[in-house]
Write a protein that binds this ligand. Sequence first.
Ligand code: FNR
Length: 344
Amino acid sequence: MAEMKSKAYGTISYANKLILAPMVRVGTLPMRLLALDYGADIVYCEELIDWKLLRSVRRENEVLGTVDYIDKSDGTVVFRTCQREKSHVVFQIGTCDPERALKVAKLVENDVAGIDVNMGCPKEFSVKGGMGSALLTQPKKAQEILRILVQGVKIPITCKIRILHDLESTVELCKQLADCGIAAIAVHGRTKDERPRHMNHNDFIRAVSQSVNIPVIANGGSKEIERYEDIAKFREETGCSSVMLARAAQWNCSIFRPEGLLPLDDVIAAYLCYAVDYDNAPANSKYCVQNMLRELQETPRGKKFLEAQTLQQMCSLWGLSEYCSKKQLEFKESGLQDRHAVVP
Ligand code: FNR
């Protein structure tokens, strides 16, 4: 055990960090780059299921300057990353199988800064497959996955959990997971049965942070985080030096800015520029902007946005029409393949 704990963890450290949480569909490359621009130190990708990665091929995309993992069955981009985020991006795996997890980790380890195992997702798809929060009730399996990863790859391994129903079992579970040689543990302070509207159990996170000797990343505080200053309060209440934000960042990613929130229009425009620069799928880009607009989808511009099918149409609503046409022309002339022109 001592040998595992003394493993050198590359360059990334999880103490004192502001982190973009893993979010399915939201945590694609444009959002991760935006979060880094605004001040996030570490950005997690959306959860990617092990078998999906295992049926993909790695391609260096010279036109975009990215590394793409492309699904062999349908040609879609499963994971796209670039040099700018290489030392900050954590790849989150959805898995229930140590061998498959290791294969995925080995596949991506030279392109990312860390690997995280999702042990908190309460969705039926995950739990039925023995993944996500199903692992909370199978600590031996969870440990087996973490140990094989810690031993098998060069970059740091972490996991993200939800709390159990009582404090003692939560602390005990975290100690068992920490014993596997992981670099940090992210704790969402709700049980698998609690919903976002329920109070986050900051006291549980605090107890875990006092009981393990690795960084604990506090998560679940977005409901109370409306301004940058609120992040410090969450840090204080949980006793953790690192905080991970999901919804607060999904709504307005400039929450990571020490100087304060930017107007939503600026954030959307910056997001769309990245979506264009990295040829992000229109459906994914639209989904992310919808999550920023929320009730503003009812405004005249919001309604027009909902009708938009292409990045070009989306961009035109934020004065980026020319920017988008120019880039897309450049891509066309460079022979960019597999472009998704419209929302399917
Ligand atoms: C999530 N969450 C999540 N968690 C995870 O481990 N992997 C994932 O892929 C996702 N996907 C996801 C999508 C969306 C749209 C949301 C809102 C949330 C959970 C998320 O990371 C976080 O644990 C919770 O949202 C609580 O943190 P906040 O929102 O209070 O900061």
